[in-house]
Design a protein around this ligand. Structure first.
Ligand code: PBG
Length: 337
């Protein structure tokens, strides 16, 4: 009578494994982050992110339409602000004709049904690279002054037709301030995807290269620990995320994703809102780097990294793999057994 149970019965063929499969990735789980740059020039590759480039507005619009055709429903836009437009106040963030808002309009034309998320934070616009304006002594980010600017920025984005503004700054009280400002401007349909549990992580390095926020600060070690979460603090992360829910967020984000799956899982138990997880630039770079060295199988490592995030409980995954993953899912759906 040994063994009494044979779990391997459920793993014995491709077809049975598919029947027994508990968690699947669908293109509608994926949100593609995209970088947009000024001018009509060709795409500018990001050195530490193979396959990722900064795109002109017209290339971006074309890319957005192609992503929509692949079944991707959402994109998250990040502008590369020309250095001469940066200052300590990040005032370009309040220019209604700024790069990212022109990009939003172009995408809306090329791919009307695509859901657009834009980042609400000052780091692409400040000369020091921080997510807000500094206190008079220059030693910290001024919370309340920053929140007031972010609320105005969110209204501009809502007026430009963004579907969800995504505050990624980690200032206190910003979701409430943004919701209040949007409603006062009759932008009740504009949603908020709050970067709720955003950790002070080393894994943002390649992104800061891509948007030029690290260079602007003159260092790759830009210290955001007075506002982003301590990687050692899960309780604080959940408490902060639930504050965003109370303040009116429509969806909550955990970032980075892969190293913080415990946070995704705990937040899944704590809220009924959709949860987004951001597989950040460094997670993407890691897989590419190891694959280039021949140390990991690229496709399998990529797929497993995304499945794990989904398994932990994320509804939406922001990932630089979105396009190729959606393509592959389409192909595998047509596969015969
Ligand atoms: C900044 C912002 C960052 C990312 C998204 N929005 C970087 C940072 O906080 O310095 C990182 C995304 C990535 O690494 O892919 N508000």
């Amino acid at each position: 009578m040994f063994p009494a149970r044979r779990p391997r019965r459920l793993r014995q063929s491709e077809a049975i494994r598919e029947l027994a499969c508990e968690v699947r990735l669908h293109p509608s789980n994926l949100i593609a982050p995209l970088f947009v740059q000024e001018g009509d020039g060709p795409p500018t590759p990001v050195g530490s992110m193979p396959g990722v480039s900064r795109l002109s507005i017209s290339d971006l619009a074309r890319e957005a339409a192609e992503l929509g055709a692949l079944g991707i429903r959402g994109i998250a836009l990040f502008p590369v602000t020309p250095p001469h437009l940066k200052n300590p106040e990040g005032s370009e963030a309040l220019n209604p004709d700024c790069l990212v808002l022109r990009a939003v309009a172009a995408v809306r034309k090329a791919a009307p049904g695509l859901v657009q998320f834009t980042d609400i934070a000052l780091d692409p616009y400040t000369s020091h690279g921080h997510d807000g304006v500094l206190t008079p002594d220059g030693r910290d980010v001024d919370n309340d002054a920053t929140v007031a600017i972010l609320a105005r920025m969110a209204v501009l984005h809502g007026q430009a037709g963004v579907d969800f503004v995504a505050p990624s700054d980690m200032m206190d009280g910003r979701v409430h301030a943004i919701r209040t400002a949007l409603d006062a401007a009759h932008l009740g349909r504009t949603g908020i995807l709050a970067y709720s549990a955003k950790f002070a992580s080393a894994f943002y390095g390649p992104f800061r290269e891509a948007v030029g926020s690290a260079q602007a600060a003159g260092t790759t070690g830009l210290d955001k620990r007075t506002y982003q979460l301590n990687p050692a603090n899960p309780r604080e992360a959940i408490a902060d995320a639930l504050l965003d829910e109370q303040e009116g967020a429509d969806a909550l984000m955990v970032k980075p994703a892969g190293p913080y799956l415990d946070i995704v899982q705990q937040l899944r138990q704590a809220t009924r809102l959709p949860i987004a997880a951001y597989q950040v630039s460094g997670e993407y770079a890691q897989i590419h780097a190891a694959a280039r060295l021949g140390w990991l199988d690229y496709t399998r490592a990529r797929n497993e990294s995304l499945l794990a995030i989904r398994r932990a409980g994320a509804d939406w995954i922001l990932t630089y793999f979105a396009r190729e993953m959606a393509q592959e899912i389409q192909v595998s759906r047509l596969k015969q057994v």
